[in-house]
Design a protein around this ligand. Sequence first.
Ligand code: FES
Ligand code: FES
Length: 154
Amino acid sequence: MKQIINLTINDKKYEVAVDANLTLLDLLRYQLGLTGAKKGCELGDCGACAVIMDGKPVNSCLVLAVSANGKDITTIEGLEDENGLHPLQQSFVEKGAIQCGFCTSGMILSGKTLLDKNPNPTDKEVRSAISGNLCRCTGYQKIIEAVQSVDSDI
Ligand code: FES
Ligand code: FES
């Protein structure tokens, strides 16, 4: 039996009917067509599915959609605006912090959560913020540089 939930995603309000065992990740990807959050391990280990929920990064594969009722969610699709890429997205491009891209949306959302609280993080603070996000391609250093080199006014 489906349950009706109401949530806000990228400043847009949604009312959707979901199965009790549906994850937030599957709601985003398969019911709402927001495929920026990636499906990696589905175990909470890789961070590829990370989104921001009420200001905190969460692994959406571990969140039931019904638990997101009433929540405010930001996905990678919500960062770009009419002026183009978000400065953190632009920084990832300019620093070469993207290779296959599978980890990128989660990395950027973890980085954004940090920068929203702390616009000038240290190397250690960035490493801590992205510690739940695995990248098999970049070696992490360019990702750290990308987070640290964003204009503080984001
Ligand atoms: S897919 Fe969610 S943490 Fe890996
Ligand atoms: S760029 Fe490929 S996993 Fe990070």
